[in-house]
Write a protein that binds this ligand. Structure first.
Ligand code: HEM
Length: 422
């Protein structure tokens, strides 16, 4: 451990991060760097953390040796379940059984089928068709903001935009967006049963969400001929059809997966850019040209999804450590993205970085299904901000991070936008 490193052991530091202590959430990168250098395969009961690019890519390339953290698998889940009183245990089982249907939680053939169906619905054409709408929404949200005072761009822009877009794609009426948001966050707060007081509300929200989607789908069936995403999901071939409950789960995961992640892509991106004024200035000089690279660089530099989970399907030897079958493995994507063996000057934000083989959207069979949409939303938002508000400045340098070590983002993002150059 080098001079100037924080005191305390790696276990303490990692415990602070996984325990969501604010100082640890504010800067996990120093810890990631220590892990890569001194303990790249690090057992921190009940999980094993991988932090190097090469090892994480090895896992992605050897996915048959791992399960995704299929809800309700692994020793960790069993331990949580055993520690709970009824009725929490029963509620957790119900939520978990539903979550097991998410495309992100399935493996093998089931995953391949769900993924094929989702792909048919989530085509590049459908995403491209959203572009003009995303531009309109970004402009309208920014128009509604008072440009003279510091404004919170999470509330004003980054939180609203992704939900507006995915809700439109799924045929959710504008008036119901808040409902969807509330359900998603209540279900999300449950975090696989680790937050005991969140379990019963999560089951309640899930039941309401499921009823809502069933209703929406029924409605849709009454209006054949429409061409939106729900129609495409409903139209899957007879042998590749989604069951009613699978359709609901797909709907929920699409609303879920693309929401906070994209909020944080735009938020983290803006923070990183405004903290690197030379990079922000180049973006403002050529917003259309540099925004696509800016999105990739933000996905690398401050990944909105910091960590993904896997469960070992067998005993595995990696970098001299034996990972036992059924152990939960955390792949620190955000750490891989700062690994000097893959990235030159990894701690520098460089909009024109090339190559940039980051793993911010994962890799392999579970590569982010919404990647093209996420990239487009990120690009339009950063491009619009740079074009219209080149004088923008952060109104604080002390951020409060969300209570979450997986989905990294700030609770509020106060920015002084300056004069609009629309
Ligand atoms: C910046 C925004 C986003 C980031 C950083 C992100 C990141 C990721 C990551 C890291 C995974 C892999 C999870 C794993 O391997 O365990 C993933 C999967 C997924 N993402 Fe995204 N995502 C974003 C936006 C979206 C959007 C907009 C949607 C859809 C509307 C979406 C839908 C999904 C789905 C359905 C999966 C599961 C795919 C599978 O397991 O086959 N994501 N995403």
């Amino acid at each position: 451990v080098s001079v100037g490193a924080p005191s305390g052991s790696l276990h303490d530091e990692l415990g602070a991060l996984l325990g969501k202590r604010q100082d640890a959430l504010a800067d996990p990168y120093r810890l990631y760097s220590q892990l890569r250098e001194t303990a790249p395969v690090f057992r921190h009961e009940p999980v094993v953390v991988l932090s190097r690019y090469e090892d994480i890519m090895w896992v992605f390339r050897n996915e048959q040796r791992f399960h995704v953290n299929g809800a309700g698998e692994g020793r960790r889940y069993e331990a949580i379940l055993a520690s709970l009183p009824e009725p929490e245990a029963e509620a957790l089982r119900e939520v978990t059984e539903f979550e097991r249907l998410y495309v992100s939680r399935t493996d093998g053939e089931v995953h391949a089928r769900l993924r094929r169906i989702a792909h048919r619905a989530f085509t590049p054409r459908r995403v491209t068709e959203m572009e003009a709408q995303i531009e309109r929404y970004s402009d309208a949200l920014l128009d509604a903001i008072d440009h003279d005072a510091p404004v919170d761009l999470i509330e004003g822009l980054t939180f609203r935009l992704p939900l507006m877009v995915i809700a439109d794609m799924l045929g959710v009426p504008a008036a119901d967006r808040d409902l969807i948001h509330t359900w998603s966050s209540v279900i999300g707060r449950n975090r696989g049963g680790t937050e005991r007081e969140a379990i019963l509300p999560a089951r309640q929200a899930l039941r309401e969400f499921r009823d809502y989607v069933s209703e929406l789908v029924r409605d849709h069936r009454g209006r054949p001929g429409e061409e939106d995403l729900v129609a495409a999901l409903l139209d899957a071939n007879a042998d590749e059809r989604l069951s009613e409950v699978e359709l609901t789960a797909m709907f929920v995961i699409l609303l879920f997966a693309g929401h906070e992640t994209t909020t944080n892509l735009i938020g983290n991106g803006l923070i990183a850019l405004l903290r690197a004024p030379d990079q922000w200035r180049s973006l403002c000089e050529d917003p259309a040209g540099l925004a696509p690279g800016a999105v990739e660089e933000v996905l690398r530099y401050d990944a909105p999804v910091q960590i993904v989970n896997r469960v070992a399907a067998q005993d595995i030897e990696l970098a001299g450590v034996t990972i036992a079958a059924e152990e939960t493995v955390l792949l620190a994507l955000a750490s891989a993205n700062r690994d000097v063996t893959e990235f030159r000057d990894p701690d520098q934000l460089e909009l024109t970085r090339s190559p940039n083989r980051h793993v911010g959207l994962a890799y392999g069979t579970h590569f982010c299904l919404g990647a093209s949409l996420a990239r487009m939303e990120g690009r339009v938002a950063l491009e619009t901000l740079a074009r219209r508000f080149p004088d923008a400045q952060l109104a604080t340098d002390e951020f409060i991070y969300n209570d979450n070590f997986v989905l990294r983002g700030v609770r509020e993002l106060p920015v002084q936008l300056g004069r609009s150059r629309s």
